[in-house]
Ligand binder design. Structure first.
Ligand SMILES: C[C@H](N)C(=O)N[C@@H](Cc1c[nH]cn1)C(=O)O
Ligand SMILES: [Zn+2]
Ligand SMILES: [Zn+2]
Length: 478
């Protein structure tokens, strides 16, 4: 049975209430990667837990223990597990999402306060940190549940929820929980399939179903020598400078064309055959889409297939920042005593952090030795995750395809995502069931960036899509 018209109408009629709830979520700065915000991440967990309870979901908060971040021991934010429905005649779907966000501050270049949701009526946009990644999609599920709860209508499937607060910082603690609860008698027992709404369409017009994610290996490389910051007039050309060493090292990692210079990394990936290239050629995507989303005419190639392969099926190496460097206004003439470069590699099969880390460490050590510097080098392999691919011919995808057709009157693009959701593979392996990624937002949403947004239509139609997917799931043959 398809989702009833009443459901679609309810979502439209309650759009303002849903946007208010999104505003309340965005207002909690649940930045997992910054220890000073840990209490906000926990506040966000409590808020989400209470919203779920009010909607009739039977929830519990699970303590994930402690971890060390930036030399500080911190409590991990809890995972929220929830259940709604327990009918043995219905399929059981596990939904996952995250309630933490990337850091954001007005000084990064936001036009408005990142933690105040701005409703831009003129352009139909909801702007704020987490609007598309991943508070909007998580609340999309709540919108669906609210319709059923308020109207006393059972969901067409049994629902198991798993929401975490550390996804943007390596999902620490979650893998163990997922493995434990996937065993016989565990909380996730009986799961037939999984759905994750935490990525984006390729463009701004075509809905997508996603069957692959890149993995991630994140590094912090530190160069230190002087006992404190130095005057460059007094010490310039008299000492080995950490910043000069670090910049030289970072310069050995990747070319401006994106080729990875760490020996063995690019070579690990087999080239595509003609059939695979045809898949990329068939996707609704253009150079204007990537340049529009990037906000500049800066694509590495004018060939759409090459650009798509760079995002979906090749590894990439990005340099993110330098800690300890002078970055303020004015012309401070300092030699920083200790600087840390941060970079990451997005991984594709057969790459994993375990087989990539030794290559990166060996390369950096050799490159540093060549500098002949007396400074000290420290390399930290921080968080990471393996890449993931699913069978997109599975009934889970069929249900999502039908739902997309109903809500958007369009067939979805079948995509592989360039980003990473580390726990996806853990769920797939631990439960042995199919995982579907069902994105809500558009390719130009600016996740992780300044002025992150979700279009109001994506939030509202996306909520209909999630609900409709549950109805199609109930119908589709296993
Ligand atoms: C695709 C997902 N919404 C996402 O943004 N994942 C992050 C995960 C991550 C890892 N380190 C920091 N964040 C990503 O792909 O960067
Ligand atoms: Zn993210
Ligand atoms: Zn996300």
């Amino acid at each position: 049975m398809p989702a009833p018209d009443k459901f679609f109408k309810y979502i439209d009629d309650n759009a303002d209430t849903f946007i208010k709830r999104l505003a309340a979520a965005v207002a909690i700065p649940s930045v997992s990667g910054d220890g000073t915000h840990r209490k906000d991440v926990v506040a966000m967990a409590n808020w989400l837990n209470s919203e779920l309870k009010q909607l009739g979901v039977d929830t519990k908060l699970v303590d994930l223990g402690k971890h060390v971040m930036d030399e500080q021991e911190l409590d991990l934010p809890p995972a929220i597990l929830g259940k709604l429905g327990n009918d043995p005649n219905k399929k059981t779907v596990l939904i996952y999402g995250h309630y933490d966000v990337q850091p954001a501050s007005k000084s990064d270049g936001w036009d408005t306060d990142p933690f105040t949701l701005v409703v831009d009526e003129k352009n139909g946009r909801l702007i704020g940190r987490g609007s598309t990644d991943d508070k909007g999609p998580v609340l999309g599920w709540l919108n669906v549940i609210q319709y059923h709860h308020q109207n006393n209508i059972p969901l067409p499937v049994n629902l198991i929820c798993c929401f975490e607060g550390m996804e943007e910082s390596g999902s620490e603690g979650l893998d163990d929980l997922v493995r434990k609860e996937s065993k016989k008698g565990g909380y996730f027992e009986g799961t037939d399939c999984i759905c994750i709404s935490d990525n984006y369409w390729l463009n701004t017009r075509t809905p997508a179903l996603t069957y692959g994610l890149r993995g991630l290996a994140y590094y912090k490389v530190t160069v230190a020598g002087p006992g404190r910051d130095l005057h460059s007039g007094t010490f310039g050309r008299t000492v080995h400078e950490p910043m000069t060493d670090l910049i030289s090292l970072l310069g050995t990692l990747v070319t401006p064309q994106g080729d990875i210079l760490v020996p063995g990394v690019d070579d690990m990936v087999p080239p595509p055959d003609e059939d695979e290239k045809a898949i990329y050629a068939g996707l609704d995507y253009s150079i204007a889409d990537i340049e529009g989303a990037a906000g500049g005419q800066i694509a590495l190639s004018s060939d759409k297939v090459a650009v798509l392969m760079g995002r979906m099926r090749y590894p990439s190496l990005s340099i993110h920042g330098i800690e300890g460097a002078f970055y303020g206004a004015g012309g401070k003439t300092v030699i920083p005593a200790k600087v840390s470069g941060k970079f990451s590699i997005r991984l594709v099969p057969p790459q994993t952090p375990d087989n990539i880390n030794p290559l990166v460490i060996d390369h950096l050590e050799k490159a540093f030795a060549k500098l002949g510097s007396k400074n000290k080098l420290n390399i930290e392999a921080a968080h990471g995750g393996k890449p993931w691919m699913a069978d997109h011919r599975h009934w889970n995808y069929e249900a999502a395809k039908r739902a997309t057709k109903i809500v958007y009157n369009q067939d979805p693009d079948l995509t592989r995502e360039g980003g990473s959701i580390p726990v996806t593979l853990t769920f797939a392996e631990a439960l042995g069931v199919n995982v579907l990624l069902l994105p809500m937002g558009r390719g130009d949403d600016g996740a992780h960036s300044t002025n992150e947004k979700i279009d109001k239509s994506n939030f509202i139609q996306g909520s209909k899509l999630l609900g409709s997917y549950l109805y199609e799931l109930a119908d589709v043959s296993k």
